[in-house]
Design a binder for this molecule. Structure first.
Ligand SMILES: [Zn+2]
Length: 490
């Protein structure tokens, strides 16, 4: 018998094939028969066998309390896991994923949390999804302190909660009158997501409307401390806790062009970006671009930019030439370029980035367009990106390194921009991206970046403004929650 054939006919292999078949058909009964038989015959089960069995013990729908059969099924899963320990079979991440699904189905968050702790004991690094059954389970059962414990465990293991997790923590804190924790979660949402989903908005609104929210807060606060906190935080929050007392007035509203709340009249602030952060980001961009683009091409561009820059604005030529048009329009670019030149403090032409193909073929052959391209080239403000390059890297790098305006209607959400992370890039984009919107006469008008930051803001008076993801600022105004005290001092 050949070695290969021997392996194929080993009882462990036959069991594996049969179990995989059960997994495909969702046949738990058959799988349990195979399991009992294998154990009776002294077949060595490995981690894969166990994982298939555990997977099959997970119900694929929500359980109702009366579902006795299913509950036994869950217990059966845990028995199998226990046996795994007795047999000294080392569990892997898939084992724990299946187990935490079992614990979630049992609605037993303690068990789910215990499993995460066991994971770390086995040297497996928990992921965000590993914590879900424990965290959401505790929150659902109103076990606030236990939920915070999960939160601490996540922090200790370098797992960052996202909006869903923070909102669950916020909700349980609000229900159990933990005002300090509510305050903390709103701040964490502020740095994690900036603008909140409708679900989070509803949770925050419920908090402000609660009795406890009207009862808590400093009546006489240290103005100096608040002012200092505001300054040190870069504006938009002070971190000194709830200020004022009395009922909250919570409304859905919008901001005017200058960032004044249409409900309470408070002016929102524009949060500065640390120039050092921008420089670090420009370095990251250059590194990524050099990896993705032909290295010499991008290095050549960097040198060119050193020589010709800095610019006051960068134009994404391809996007602008096609904005609101079926065919590429150089005159549309020219109008915006002239407008940008007029508002430039040094009356300098903006940098126009266009792909090589755009500056040589097609509409570029038209005599008027030829003249335009020639004048931009002579003015040192046109850069044609080489064949095979992705011009996105060029215009983004130029705008970031010049710390200037970027004109594009590209929402910058595709794959390339996903590489840039969620911490710095959304803040930079909000402050630097100018967009174009067609006006009544069919021409495009330039819309400058907003003079205020679209992020949860806490004012020096203790009022709150919370931006939602509803509305896009260009076509429809963004929806904000405005929360102010109906009376500041009693
Ligand atoms: Zn307001």
């Amino acid at each position: 018998m050949s070695k290969k054939k021997a392996r194929r006919e080993a009882p462990e292999m036959i069991l594996r094939v049969k179990l995989d078949l059960c997994s495909k058909d969702g046949n738990l009964t058959e799988a349990l028969c195979l399991y009992n038989e294998a154990r009776a015959n002294g077949v060595q089960l490995n981690v894969h066998h166990y994982n298939v069995l555990l997977y099959l013990c997970c119900p694929n729908r929500d359980l109702s309390k009366e579902d006795e059969g299913n509950l036994t099924m869950l217990d059966r899963g845990f028995e199998i896991f226990k046996q795994m320990g007795i047999d000294k079979v080392e569990p892997n991440e898939a084992t724990f994923t299946n187990l935490s699904r079992l614990a979630a189905a049992k609605e037993d968050p303690r068990l789910a949390f215990d499993l995460v702790k066991q994971m770390t004991e086995h040297g497996i690094v928990p992921k965000l999804r590993s914590y879900g059954p424990a965290l959401f389970g505790f929150c659902k059962k109103g076990m606030a302190d236990e939920a915070y414990e999960v939160d601490f465990h996540m922090r200790d293991n370098g797992v960052l909660p996202e909006e869903t997790e923070l909102t669950a923590l916020l909700r349980v804190s609000s229900e159990f009158k933990k005002e300090g924790k509510v305050y903390e979660m709103i701040h964490r949402l502020r740095t994690t997501v900036r603008q909140v989903s409708e679900e989070t908005a509803a949770t925050i609104t419920d908090w402000f409307k609660s009795k406890i929210a009207s009862e808590i807060g400093e009546e006489k606060w240290d103005m100096e401390k608040v002012r200092k906190g505001f300054l040190e935080g870069g504006g938009g929050w002070h971190g000194q806790g709830w200020l004022g007392k009395g009922d909250w007035r919570v409304v859905r509203t919008t901001m005017d062009e200058s960032g004044v709340c249409r409900s309470c009249g408070e002016k929102l602030v524009c949060i500065d970006i640390d120039p050092k952060e921008t420089e670090k980001f420009a370095e990251l961009l250059a590194t990524l671009a050099s990896q993705k683009e032909a290295r010499t091409n991008f290095a050549k561009f960097q040198e060119w930019l050193q020589r010709q820059g800095p610019f006051d604005a960068v134009v994404d030529g391809a996007n602008l030439g096609l904005a609101n048009k079926h065919t590429f329009s150089f005159s549309q670019i020219a109008r915006v370029v002239n407008e940008l030149r007029q508002i430039s403090p040094s009356k300098k032409l903006p940098l126009i980035i266009l792909h090589q193909g755009r500056v040589s073929g097609g509409p570029a052959q038209n005599p008027n367009n030829k003249r335009l391209l020639e004048s931009w080239k002579k003015g040192g403000s046109l850069y044609a990106t080489p064949q095979g390059s992705n011009d996105d890297w060029y215009w983004l790098y130029a705008a970031v390194s010049c710390k200037c305006l970027l004109v594009t209607n590209d929402e910058m959400r595709d794959h390339l921009f996903n590489l840039l992370g969620n911490n710095f890039f959304p803040r930079w984009k909000e402050k630097h991206q100018a967009r174009l919107k067609p006006s009544g006469d069919g021409l495009l008008t330039l819309h400058m970046p907003p003079p205020y930051s679209h992020v949860i803001q806490e004012s020096k008076q203790g009022n709150w403004h919370i931006p939602t993801v509803t509305g896009d600022d260009l076509e429809t105004p963004r929806q904000w929650i405005c929360a102010t005290r109906t009376r500041l001092h009693e």
